[in-house]
Design a protein around this ligand. Sequence first.
Ligand code: FEO
Ligand code: CA
Ligand code: CA
Length: 643
Amino acid sequence: MAKDFSTMEDSNRSSNPSIHDVSDPARRQVLRGGLGLAVTGLLAPLAGCAGIGAAGGPLLGVKSVPAGTADAVRVPEGYSVQVIAAWGEPAGLSGEDHAFRFDAGNSAAQQETQLGMHHDGIHFFRHPLTPAASTAGLLVMNHEYADDGLLHTDGMKTWNAQKVRKAQAAHGVSVIEVEQKNGRWEVVRPSPWARRITAYTPMAVGGPAAGHALLRTAADPSGRRVLGTLNNCGSGITPWGTYLTCEENFIFYFRGPDQPDAHQARWGLRRGDPVGYRWHEHDERFDAARHPNEPNRFGWVVEIDPYDASSAPVKRTALGRAAHEGATVAVTKDRRAVIYMGEDARFEYIYKFVTRDAIKPAAPGLSAARANAELLDHGTLYVARFDADGKGRWLPLVQGQGPLTAANGFADQGEVLVKSRQASDLLGGTKMDRPEWIDIDRQGWVYCTLTNNSNRGGPNMPGTDPANPRANNTMGHIIRWKEAGDFDGLAFEWNHFVLAGDPKLERADAKGNVGGDAFACPDGLWTDARGVLWIQTDMSTSAMGRGDLVNLGNNAMLAADPRTGEIRRFLVGPVGCEVTGATATPDGRTMFVNIQHPGESPSERSDPDNPRRFSNWPDQRPDGRPRSATVVIRKNDGGVIGT
Ligand code: FEO
Ligand code: CA
Ligand code: CA
């Protein structure tokens, strides 16, 4: 999240106290044949990392990179960095190769065929046909939002329908085919799997809120066909080979009515103008005064089958509506899926969803994705309550149970899911310090980054609680829990993995307790196949380099040992960027990391007359402009990353 719009969002005024890749599709055998792809070998064991770095060396085999402010990606000695898939590069759609124009002169139609802006969550899927699992594959990635100051030649000085369309085309998700040739990675063009999903791609709706009155609009009286996905932040993958993209700060795209009602206010819809993205001026569905149900059609986890470019993405309403950061899947012993999700807004919640049914295997002529096409439509959603005794409970968001009755405004399960914030308020979920990504270690601990919350303990704001123990929490922390029994357990024990901070600071609450390199504002989180917990930071541009963040330089990625708590800075990003999203090839020898919004302006958007003011990464051309991109990290000796 770049602009930190989310930190403006603390609409929670309720009074309650405040394996990721357990079975990475990329590590499974994918069979050739027929339409779609049969994915077999479901459900690799949790510790399915045999063969990668199994030589017995220390988990953290890398030397720390010092904090820094260079306009470059810096990694430890012995590692190399290659940039691929920058914003505007052709995605490889057949016959649609439009080169990026450094004056931002590409049209909306061209942007629709190019990589979007502001890369975020990412995953490497095994190639559908090529047996060499670690030298070719599909990269699927989110494009969280657009900076209109960089996206158009004259920024927002003029504003029209084509600019709105271009901005919408720069959002969403990309599927690209990549391969390694002579040690370098490149995008394969054209590719039958290449795909751009944008803020106007038609998609289906599944689960209890599909067709609900709250999702019906004039343009879609069925409430089952939504145009687009947006503010796609974190991501997840499923054991059946699909990608989960998460709609985060969707509310900021909508113009509110003059007097937002209680539901709209709880979701942060603000009164009237201004609206930063200005889409509503040329696309009236983003005017919530005229189309009050349109915002209800966003804030979902969206499932995409990357192996079938013709498949419609599906918004999975059973998982609840939220400013979704990510979606991380674990699997119970009886093969049901458990999806962990954080809602990144101040004083919002941590959720998990447990499927009703077990994951089905692929069958001849039936891909795993198709065999499980409705798995995420049936199950139970829970919100987390962290208690003072180090224990916690998962509270079900089920209509008719507890306070979730018609009398309290929840007529049916669809309404509970659309109004999940209100339901969680009534249930007494714990209001957290902006839950971001979640991942799971090899011992079954589930980790969630809580990026920061400077409003904690402020006037008329919730005070500290055991799970969110610091007032004016500028540095953030990482909480972790272990379920009682299996991942579907209703109780858990919890503790803090780390309170982020900088011991050099005077302010006691900003010192943290990091065992290793200082950092702040943890956001991205990813456990690799060896069990290293990778932490990515998102210090906001307006706060970076000052105050409590004065010593920390640019945003970074750090490697943590979940067993010892040791943390080492591994990568430092260019000026003004956020480091977000990481994935690797099955052999662990290539890592892909997304660099979002290099050169971000501390003001609302970049100055089109001075696009290189803060950064010119990665191109460093005299006529360039900063571009989000994916960086490929390799060891010069070809070894496993992190060893
Ligand atoms: Fe899009 Fe919460 O970061
Ligand atoms: Ca994030
Ligand atoms: Ca963030």
